[in-house]
Each structure stands twice: as structure tokens, then as C-alpha cells.
Design a protein around this ligand. Structure first.
Ligand SMILES: NC(=O)c1ccc[n+]([C@@H]2O[C@H](COP(=O)([O-])OP(=O)(O)OC[C@H]3O[C@@H](n4cnc5c(N)ncnc54)[C@H](O)[C@@H]3O)[C@@H](O)[C@H]2O)c1
Length: 404
């Protein structure tokens, strides 16, 4: 069996029911020898998700971890052994050591946003395959530097914008871009309504200089999706937003939280597509909505978890088309083990794409260039909120000395 991840074998491998079998009696439930080894830099909430999905996907393993926080190391080891009880992670004591272990093929960077720009130089110098978490940086200038570094990198350089692999977005992108189900895209609407930012090591996500602020930190995912659907570069960005409710009394080391908790962003594209994005981070739920209208129809997707006692499907998609094409209502989803492994299975598929790219196959995963443009929209929206004026993207980049 060459492709370990096929036929949902992870469920069979992990199922304790088969533990009574001798190794030689295992076929479908046998754990294959992983072909690739990855090291993890930063083992917080998403680092642990990367451990989980690497081991579930099965063609690679996690070799070791570097993280200055001992509790993150303990959590990483615990997570790894849930999926491979024999796995003992190597614990590195420096960034140099984690990057330059010859046993390792790839590096997954999951440190706080503001550290990416420093960490990535050592990571890239090691010449291994890279999966860098979003947002690639906290400022447009640093994102530009990282994009250039990625262009010169001789191995895979993938960015952790994995929302495109959540089942509802994966299906919507396929319908819009491949099947052209709704014809030519004209308008894109996107919304996220959710709980406040969760706790982090050092609470870096409560401060704009550590996170890049909310529209860069969190919403780069949505701007990436919108950019991808528009299939074009943003021309203008106008936004309003504020810190209306959350973290009003939050203070750490004498500093008050200074991040946005809501925003409305309007984007125009060079090709005439228009888009809006609406964020509210003080809603008692996790809700995402995408509505795309083309000249032949409309696609709407939702992801909805609200903690109420009903059984509404979490991920849904509606396609309404003109009368000679069938309309549909569906519930896109992955097998439960994958769907529940994080981000509705999006991170798992991101790893399928990462390993495929390493194996030289074509990929739908986000590049550093796409990571850069997602940050441009978020940062321009924040600049628009600060000044009250619309931002013309070409002028905005030119003022920073960036010619693209
Ligand atoms: N793609 C996604 O959906 C997604 C989801 C969550 C977080 N993220 C991104 O992943 C990154 C980490 O976020 P998180 O939520 O896991 O944060 P976290 O605070 O839970 O974990 C960050 C970890 O990095 C460690 N760390 C800090 N500086 C380090 C350094 N210089 N070298 C090595 N380790 C270091 C911390 O000790 C901590 O364990 C951020 O860039 C964040 O934006 C992406």
C-alpha cells in the first residue's frame, strides 16, 4: 500500500481494537514508515494542530520541536503520543539546532506573528521545505521581504492560509473557479462573527505590534479567499472599525490591549469585482459566511457553531443558478476524524498539499505571494480606519518604496 492516507486508514491505525494484532498481521491498520520528517518551531495551539494532522496524514512525521515555553513542549509531546504512542520528540534548545538537523526534511513555523520576520531568516538559510503560518508578517514591508526570500528559496515555501481547504470553501472555489457554475464573478461578500480572541502564550494577540492587528492577524484568511475568488489585485480599500467591546480592561505588563474587535471593509479590484468583509468579534458563536454573485448565479457558504441545543450542520453550501443549470444545497464535509482534527479539516488538507508539493506534485496551497497580498488588504484596511480615507493600493505600496 503506497498511499497511507487513502481509505480513511488513520481511523483503523488509531483504533485500539486492533492492538491485539501482531505487526505482521496488520495490513489496512498498519502504520507506514513516514517518508518525510518535519521539525516544529513554536508548539502552541496551532503547532499542536500541525503535529496532529501530520501524524494523521501519515506520509510524514514530526521529528522534534523548539519552543522556549516548557508547557508548550509538554503539550506537544502529549499530542504526538496520542497519535503515535512510540513517538518521542527531539527537544531542541535553539533555533539554529531545530533548523539544521540533517535528519529533517521540512520546518513548520508556528511562532507568534511578530517573530516570523526574524525566525524566517534562520529557517530559510537551512534550505529545507517550509510551512510558515499566517500572517507571514505583521507589516507590509516585512511581508514583502519574506515574499522575496520565498521566491529565492529552492525548496517548497508554503503559507498557512488553509481556510481555502475548509470543506465549504474548497467546494465553493471549485464551483466558482473550475466549473464556472455562477459565470463571471461580480461581487463577493464575506463575514466572520465570533467570540473574542482566545488566550495565547504571552497574550501576543491582544497587541497590534505583536499581531499586526486584527485585520492582518485574523482576517488575512478572508482576504486571501476574496483575492482568490476575485482572481485579481486589489485596487482600493476603504474600512471602518473600532475596539468596541472586547478587552477593555485587559492589561499586561502595564500595557492596554489596542486591537480592533470589529470592522467593515470594502475592496475594489482592477477587473471591476467588488467585495465587502464584515468582522464582529463579540458574537456568542463561530460563524463564517461567503456570498459570491456572478452573472449566472450565486453561491453562499456558511460555517456555524453556536453552542445551542440543535443539530444544524456546521458547514453548508447553497448554489442558485439560472434556469438551465441545476441549483443545489449541500453540506460539504470530510470524514469525521479529519473534519474534527482542526479548522474543519482544512489544516489536514493543507498537509496533504504540503507533502504533495514536496513530492513535486502541483498544489492549491497558498504561496508567499498570496500571503503578501492578503496582508496588503488587511494593512490597507487598518490604514483606512486610522485615517478615515480610502486607500489606493498602488499609491500605498509606492509610498513604502514597494514597486510591484
Ligand atoms: N492557520 C491558522 O488557522 C492559524 C490558527 C492559529 C494560529 N495561527 C498562527 O500560528 C502562529 C502561532 O499561533 P498560536 O495560536 O499557536 O500561538 P500560541 O501563543 O498558542 O503559540 C505560540 C508558541 O510559540 C512559542 N514561541 C514564541 N516565540 C518563539 C520563538 N522565537 N521560537 C520558537 N517558539 C516560540 C511560544 O512559546 C508558544 O508556545 C501565529 O502566527 C498565528 O497567527 C494560524
Amino acid at each position: 500500500m503506497t498511499e497511507q492516507r487513502r481509505f480513511n486508514r488513520a481511523g483503523l491505525i488509531l483504533n485500539p481494537v486492533f492492538q491485539y494484532l501482531e505487526e505482521e498481521d496488520r495490513y489496512l491498520s498498519r502504520r507506514n514508515r513516514p517518508k518525510y520528517r518535519f521539525n516544529l518551531i513554536g508548539a502552541g495551539i496551532i503547532g499542536q494542530e500541525h503535529i496532529r494532522v501530520t501524524l494523521l496524514e501519515g506520509r510524514a512525521t514530526i521529528h522534534g520541536v523548539y519552543d522556549p515555553n516548557p508547557r508548550s513542549i509538554i503539550a506537544a509531546q502529549r499530542e504526538a503520543q496520542k497519535y503515535d504512542p512510540d513517538l518521542n520528540l527531539v527537544i531542541y534548545d535553539s533555533l539554529d539546532a531545530v533548523c539544521n538537523d540533517p535528519a529533517v526534511d521540512g520546518l513548520i513555523v508556528c511562532t507568534p506573528n511578530s517573530t516570523h520576520i526574524d525566525v524566517i531568516h534562520t529557517v530559510a538559510a537551512a534550505g529545507k521545505h517550509i510551512l510558515l503560518e499566517k500572517p507571514i508578517a505583521t507589516t507590509v514591508q516585512d511581508a514583502f521581504t519574506i515574499m522575496q526570500l520565498a521566491m529565492q528559496h529552492r525548496a517548497v515555501f508554503q503559507v498557512g492560509l488553509q481556510y481555502r481547504f475548509k470543506p465549504q470553501y474548497s467546494e465553493a472555489l471549485y464551483e466558482i473557479l473550475e466549473r464556472k457554475t455562477i459565470g463571471q464573478v461580480k461581487t463577493i461578500g464575506m463575514a466572520e462573527h465570533r467570540m473574542p480572541f482566545l488566550d495565547k502564550v504571552g497574550q501576543w494577540n491582544k497587541f497590534a505590534d505583536y499581531s499586526g492587528d486584527t485585520l492582518v492577524e485574523k482576517c488575512c484568511h478572508y482576504f486571501d479567499l476574496i483575492n482568490r475568488i476575485a482572481q485579481n489585485r486589489p485596487k482600493t480599500v476603504y474600512a471602518v472599525g473600532s475596539a468596541a467591546v472586547n478587552f477593555a480592561d485587559f492589561e499586561r505588563e502595564g500595557r492596554r490591549s489596542d486591537i480592533l474587535d470589529n470592522g467593515m471593509v470594502i475592496i475594489t479590484y482592477e477587473n471591476g469585482v467588488t467585495a465587502n468583509f464584515n468582522l464582529c468579534m463579540f458574537a456568542p458563536m463561530f460563524y463564517e459566511e461567503l456570498v459570491v454573485c456572478g452573472d449566472l448565479g450565486r453561491i453562499k457558504t456558511t460555517e456555524h457553531e453556536d453552542f445551542l441545543p440543535h443539530n444544524r450542520p456546521v458547514t453548508q453550501m447553497e448554489i442558485a443558478t439560472v434556469d438551465d443549470r441545476p441549483s443545489r444545497m449541500t453540506q460539504p464535509m470530510y470524514p469525521a476524524l479529519i473534519q474534527h482534527s482542526g479548522h474543519q479539516g482544512g489544516t489536514y488538507v493543507e498537509h496533504v498539499e504540503f507533502v504533495d508539493q514536496i513530492a513535486g506534485k502541483p498544489s492549491r496551497a497558498a504561496s508567499a505571494e498570496e500571503g503578501f497580498w492578503a496582508i496588503v488588504v488587511g494593512a490597507a484596511a487598518q490604514a483606512s480606519i486610522a485615517t478615515g480615507a480610502p486607500i489606493v493600493i498602488n499609491d500605498y505600496l509606492e509610498q513604502m518604496g514597494l514597486m510591484l
